[in-house]
Design a protein around this ligand. Structure first.
Ligand code: ATP
Ligand code: MN
Length: 462
């Protein structure tokens, strides 16, 4: 029995002239009097391989039953192709049908389907060119995340997914409970949380940051890369209820160092995907966003602009643009503001730093002006915020007063405060939204199309 070859290898001419076995799904079939052609894909690459089935071949009789979507085994010889469009093809010797498809019922026909239609077909959409390319680019980017940090000696930390730290204010949380919602135990007229699994309320994590800080203050350079959850009811093209975040946390590093890390990291990811997924990237560039490859290339060679929040507000005020949300020092930047800065005003990625303390989390380091904190957001065209981070407040007394100001409980954060009591050190970290990165790289409009099984308000199918 022959070993299965990947179509990617065959199209590169590996095993040319030899006997090969391919297994995959039929994309299309064409027949003439003397010969039939099948286009087969196995997901190893965007391109299909052409299989030539001579009508003299005994198995040619099977051709009538084959349709788009059928799965097949094909044995044959890899030969140089005479036709246009491919260098190699398979001259079939033996054909075997593994799974038939009724063409009347198979939802993925040759024509192009809308992305909305395909979202309801999450079990079949990986077989389309678009979602095959998406899966490969996403996988490649995930590998690049690890290789970037591993090459630099960062330790990969698995932050917990279930957490009882309810706060840090990153977003609304999903509660995790084993209580019977139809019959809640009560004590003194309120729900008895003591009866819950952990003896107190527990949630799905919104960020691995606090745990990453613990490890940074011991191992110096760490990162997490895992799922995070936000129960925000925001039905936008850039928010998911379940998404993956990359969170490096670095000791002995200030905000400038962190901004440089973010810049190096994004450039590494973009050049990695350009180098390792050229066909898939060409595909996205052709069918979805005609500037994406060019944009990534120019970012790799650019220097990210750095401006303060206060400068950003001045630029927005001077812009003469008609924004939906008013621009006022002290209010958060909306996506339209972020996009103006990166797309129109500056024309490249921008790192905005030093936001007003009142719109940022309590753990961000207070500046000497007493008004702003050492926060940073990295903004990119089309997406807006792709990274959010900060230098953390390492001074215990200041951290404590920020905690109190935010109305958070000191007892709850006892360990976070102790990290500042025992060998505190400057440290900084950021969170990169992994789906927003895939979205930016591929040029896809909607974040639901860069994740296999999107979870959004009122949708958790498959
Ligand atoms: P936004 O203001 O865009 O909602 P945020 O400021 O709440 O984002 P952070 O808490 O800073 O987000 O999270 C770090 C990164 O995680 C963001 O820069 C973004 O790339 C990503 N991110 C945040 N929320 C979501 C979400 N709901 N879906 C997908 N990615 C997200
Ligand atoms: Mn943010």
């Amino acid at each position: 029995m022959l070993r299965r070859s990947k179509i990617r290898e065959l199209l590169a001419g590996e095993a040319a002239g030899g006997a090969v076995l391919v297994q995959g799904w039929v994309k299309t079939k064409r027949s003439s009097k003397t010969v039939s052609f099948l286009q087969i894909n196995d997901g190893s690459t965007l391109a299909d391989i052409q299989v030539v089935v001579d009508s003299e071949l005994p198995d040619h009789a099977l051709m009538d039953s084959l349709n788009t979507g059928c799965s097949v085994n094909i044995e044959g010889t890899l030969v140089a192709s005479l036709g246009k469009g491919q260098r190699y093809e398979i001259a079939a010797r033996r054909l075997e049908v593994l799974g038939l498809t009724d063409p009347e019922e198979y939802p993925l026909q040759k024509k192009r389907h809308t992305l909305e239609f395909l979202r309801d077909m999450a079990h079949l959409r990986p077989r389309t060119n678009t979602f095959g390319a998406m899966a490969r680019v996403r996988s490649s980017l995930a590998f690049a995340v690890h290789s970037f940090f591993q090459q630099r000696g960062y330790v990969y930390l698995h932050a917990p997914i279930i957490t009882a730290s309810d706060a840090e204010g990153a977003g609304a949380m999903f509660r995790v409970t084993t209580l019977d919602l139809g019959d809640l135990p009560t004590r003194d007229g309120a729900v008895d949380n003591d009866a819950d699994f952990f003896g107190k309320p527990a949630f799905l994590t919104v960020s691995g940051q606090l745990e990453a800080e613990i490890f940074a203050l011991a191992l110096s350079d760490v990162y997490t890369f895992g799922p995070t959850f936000r129960a925000e009811n925001s039905n936008t093209s850039r928010h998911l209820a379940e998404f993956w975040m990359v969170e490096p946390e670095v000791a002995f590093c200030d905000l400038d160092g962190l901004a440089s890390l973010a810049e190096d990291f994004l450039k590494y990811l973009f050049s990695y995907v350009l180098e390792h997924c050229p066909e898939d990237m060409k595909f996205f560039n052709k069918w979805f966003e005609p500037t994406t490859v060019e944009t990534l290339r120019s970012i790799v060679d650019s220097r990210f602009e750095r401006i303060t929040y206060t400068e950003a507000i001045d630029m927005l005020k001077a812009s003469g643009e008609n924004f939906e949300f008013p621009v006022e020092w002290g209010t958060d930047l909306q996506s339209e503001h972020e996009r103006y800065l990166t797309e129109k005003k500056i024309g490249s990625p921008v790192i905005v730093t030093d936001y007003p303390k009142d719109i940022k989390a309590f753990y961000m380091r207070l500046n000497d002006d007493g008004q702003t904190v050492r926060a940073m957001d990295v903004l990119v065209p089309r997406i807006g915020e792709i990274i959010g981070g900060s230098q953390r407040e390492e001074r215990r007394d200041l951290l404590l007063s920020r905690l109190q100001e935010a109305g958070l409980s000191e007892e709850h954060y006892w360990w976070y405060l102790e990290l500042r009591q025992f060998g505190t050190a400057p440290h900084s970290g950021f969170g990169l939204g992994f789906e927003r990165t895939v979205q930016f790289v591929t040029g896809m409009q909607n974040i639901r199309d860069v994740v296999a099984f999107p979870r959004t308000p009122r949708r958790a199918e498959f």
